[in-house]
Design a protein around this ligand. Structure first.
Ligand SMILES: Nc1ncnc2c1ncn2[C@@H]1O[C@H](COP(=O)(O)OP(=O)(O)O)[C@@H](O)[C@H]1O
Ligand SMILES: [Mg+2]
Length: 249
């Protein structure tokens, strides 16, 4: 589905993304976990097509979409995106916000309404169609943003710390919702976060990132049983048991 090969992005002398190679299979949730400033957002922006790489390439379903001298526009990539800043349109109702994502699809008004209604049901927001974003709680706004990114049935969903502004109860609820939607809609996701609990609860595989590089990729079990270095251990809170030893003689 998604293949990232030896991707590098520099901002002047700062190497924000440093020879990153990763892939994400259909139906998989890959989380990228790393401290603030390690290059997570830059990596997602590269995948989305908002940034051009200095080296390396990105493929979506076998098609090259990013190379230093070639870039396919974000709206031609069939992606859903939720970034830290939700950016719901304040002057549009919930329904209009979601419907906006369907504007490029060849659908008539009735079809669009039907799609919007369906996604609102899935996301437990029936009856919210006519509300404006400023009349919604933080968690509800987050769900509208999710609905908006899912309604066009993108082949890949990119999420940049989507829950960072929510309290832990809401976070838990949204993670549950996301997990059930993932199965229902067979979503493929790249989910970026600095929060290890979030990463662990949504991920099929985790990529631990630091200073622009991927330190290790694997399932939580794989990483737990064989963390490559101290940073990975610390970041995933892995406590290796002290070796038991026998006194001889
Ligand atoms: N447009 C930009 N211009 C210059 N530096 C940038 C730009 N975007 C990001 N950076 C720098 O790249 C590094 C990685 O940033 P970012 O990808 O936002 O990290 P994260 O999302 O992991 O917090 C940071 O040092 C940041 O200051
Ligand atoms: Mg970021």
């Amino acid at each position: 589905m998604l293949k990232i090969k030896e991707l590098t992005k520099k901002f002047d002398s700062l190497v924000a993304v440093n020879r990153v190679s990763l892939d994400c299979k259909k139906g998989e949730t890959l989380t990228v976990l790393g401290p603030s400033g390690c290059g997570k957002t830059t990596l997602l922006r590269l995948v989305a097509g908002f940034e051009k790489p200095d080296q390396g390439e990105i493929l979506l379903n076998g098609e090259v979409v990013s190379q230093p001298n070639k870039i396919i526009a974000p709206n031609k990539r069939d992606l859903g995106m939720i970034f830290q800043d939700l950016a719901l349109w304040p002057h549009m109702t919930v329904e209009q916000n979601i419907e906006f994502s369907l504007r490029s699809k060849r659908m008539n008004k009735t079809e669009r309404k039907k799609e919007v209604k369906e996604i609102l049901e899935k996301i437990n927001l029936e009856g919210f169609e006519k509300r404006y974003p400023n009349k919604l709680s933080g968690g509800e706004q987050q769900r509208v943003a999710l609905a908006r990114s899912l309604v066009s049935k993108p082949k890949l969903l990119l999420m940049d710390e989507p829950l960072s502004s929510l309290d832990s109860i809401l976070k838990g609820e949204l993670i549950q919702l996301l997990t059930s939607l993932k199965d229902q809609l067979e979503l493929t996701m790249v989910y970026v976060t600095h929060d290890q609990e979030e990463a662990k609860s949504v991920a099929d595989r985790i990529a631990v990132m630091n200073c622009g590089r991927i330190e290790q990729v694997g399932t939580l079990e794989e990483i737990r049983s064989d963390p490559t270095n101290k940073l990975v251990k610390d970041f995933l809170n892995i406590h290796t048991k002290p070796r038991s030893f026998r006194l001889e003689g």
